[in-house]
Design a protein around this ligand. Structure first.
Ligand SMILES: [Zn+2]
Length: 415
């Protein structure tokens, strides 16, 4: 055990804690912005920090192919390379090997694959993945595993999970303990409670600095995901952080925190920010929508980010319509700030013992949606050609797009 995790408060099974790493503390529950290629797209590191983010996620697969793990090590590690002085968690590369690379062959020892960049041949094993993450100087290293595809039969999921558990043992043996640096195991087993229990038992017997729940947000939908958390989280040690990989939508995060999850990552705030989707305290808003063209109000009147403090919806709408790069930059900044504000709200609520009230208020406002502005601009909007464009706002992320968004490539991916 080389990273220190302190629990500060509990509300039911929800936890408020601090994970101390070599590059500083992480207040939990925490959301990790995704910095796939040694950058959170469109954001300066100091801007990311200004949103309240304390830890970033980096992608082993991308960085091993370009610029190369050993090159990053020679340049002083990923923190210095990308000018981020805070903690970094790296994934193991396993997920992208399966989802991005071309020809690949999986055997009990590891995976051989071709780069999606130039077709060159590479091999990842548990030992090499740990070595790469060490080159990157990751504060939190993830075990190399196979993210079980969805859907999978119980037999397929068992085979895949047991392979990942054999690899977890090899990762544990390959990882060199250093103060402030931790190794997390990953519970697999798809949506089968008995397999999740077997996986959790195998990992806790080995002993890790934290425990991730993997193989979710791959298309199973929120209900099955939460059922799986209900059966899995109680099996994990209470004194170690728990990380739900690749999740998720704000409603997923609130629901998972209530079930005892401490850490999250997702491409959603950054990727959606680049395509014009904003997350607000009243649900999701498509800023490209014609109803914003004359609206001088901020995207989210309660948000403290630069996009909301200094610019109106009409300007953001214009930037996206004109394909100006400032549009994605401002909306990415806003979305990251929204996610961090949500986490701060959850942490405060747990400390105050009023998480249930917080969750109820969150659900109420998300369900209510951005209706106020729909009503306000309805009369003025006389451009029939734009009307089909008005649709995407109305679902507000409650029922619409739920399953659509729980796809392998949207939730659990690199960015
Ligand atoms: Zn904002």
């Amino acid at each position: 055990m080389t990273t220190d995790f302190k629990l500060l408060a509990r509300d039911g099974v929800a936890r408020r804690g601090v994970l101390n790493t070599a590059h500083g503390p992480v207040n939990t529950p925490a959301f990790m912005p995704v910095g796939t290629q040694a950058t959170v797209k469109g954001m300066l590191p100091e801007s990311v920090a200004a949103t309240g983010a304390e830890i970033l996620l980096g992608n082993t697969y991308h960085l091993m192919l370009r610029p190369g793990a050993e090159r990053v090590a020679h340049l002083g590690g990923l923190h210095r390379f990308m000018n981020w002085s805070g903690p970094i968690l790296t994934d193991s590369g396993g997920f992208q090997v399966m989802s991005l690379s071309g020809l690949r062959s999986l055997d009990d020892d590891g995976v051989t694959f071709r780069s999606h960049l130039d077709g060159s041949s590479h091999r990842l094993t548990p030992e090499r993945s740990i070595e790469i993450q060490n080159c990157l100087d990751a504060d939190i290293t993830m075990c190399f595993d196979e993210c079980t595809p969805w859907p999978a039969t119980e037999a397929q999921a068992a085979h895949s999970m047991r392979l990942s558990m054999r690899w977890a043992r090899r990762c544990r043996e390959a990882f060199v303990d250093r103060p402030g640096y931790g190794l997390f195991g990953i519970v697999q087993g798809s949506v089968y409670p008995a397999l999740r229990a077997e996986s959790a038992a195998a990992l806790t017997a080995l002993g890790f600095d934290g425990y991730a729940v993997g193989g979710l947000a791959v298309g199973e939908g929120q209900e099955l995901m939460l059922q799986t958390l209900d059966s899995t989280v109680p099996l994990l040690p209470t004194d170690r952080p728990r990380y739900l990989m690749g999740v998720g939508r704000p409603s997923d995060i609130v629901a998972a925190v209530r079930r005892g999850i401490d850490m999250f990552d997702c491409v959603m705030p950054t990727r959606s920010g680049r395509t014009g989707q904003g997350f607000t305290r009243r649900g999701t808003v498509n800023i490209r929508n014609a109803r914003h063209a004359d609206d001088p109000r901020p995207l989210d009147s309660e948000c403290r980010c630069p996009a909301c403090r200094s610019y109106g919806r009409a300007y953001l709408h214009h930037l996206f319509r004109a394909n100006e790069m400032l549009g994605p930059i401002l909306l990415t900044w806003h979305n990251l700030a929204y996610f961090q504000d949500l986490m701060a709200g959850l942490r405060d609520a747990i400390e105050a013992g009023r998480l249930a009230d917080f969750a109820a208020a969150f659900e109420h406002r998300e369900a209510e949606g951005d209706l106020e502005s729909l009503v306000a601009v309805d009369a003025a909007d006389d451009e029939p050609v734009e009307r089909p464009d008005r649709g995407p706002d109305r679902g507000q992320g409650r029922s619409q797009n739920r399953n659509h968004n729980h796809t392998r490539n949207q939730d659990r991916d690199d960015d």
